[in-house]
Ligand binder design. Structure first.
Ligand code: HEC
Length: 115
């Protein structure tokens, strides 16, 4: 009896520590974030242009995030969420997307065709 009690208490504690970590990893998964927040507007045939990580080189992505992202997207409304893209994503999430794009750019070791 005491034993069951103890192990469920341990399990509970374990979950308590494991869950926020998992949620955090999910939130900061650049590939998922790119798919859900960028590809929604930049898939094949999109009027806004098709952009995947390997569309640009690492330098072009760096420049994009530094100087183009905000002016080009300040009015962008996420098609599914219905709110402004730049207000939807936290700076950490945007960093994760940037990292994913640069890590899989045209001149990276693992270019990625789709987000
Ligand atoms: C609501 C739709 C929408 C979403 C979501 C969106 N974009 Fe865009 N994006 C645009 C529009 C509109 C432009 C301007 C296209 C034009 O000039 O015709 C653009 C332009 C771009 C360009 C081209 C820049 C250049 O050099 O001209 C890139 C690269 C880009 N977006 C990347 C992204 C990334 C990365 C994300 C996710 C963080 C994203 N976009 C999310 C609509 C969107």
């Amino acid at each position: 009896m005491v034993r069951t009690y103890l192990s469920s208490a341990l399990l509970f504690l374990g979950l308590l520590f494991a869950l926020p970590g998992a949620a955090q990893a999910q939130i900061l998964n650049g590939k998922e974030l790119y798919r859900n927040n960028c590809r929604v507007c930049h898939d094949t045939g999109s009027p806004h242009g098709r952009y995947a990580p390997m569309t640009l080189t690492q330098d072009q992505w760096r420049t994009f995030f530094k100087v183009k992202l905000v002016p080009l997207h300040k009015n962008a409304v996420h098609p599914k969420a219905g709110c402004k893209l730049l207000e939807l994503l936290t700076p950490e999430q945007m960093k994760a997307i940037q990292r994913f794009a640069i890590d899989h750019a045209a001149d990276s070791e693992q270019p990625a065709t789709c987000g």
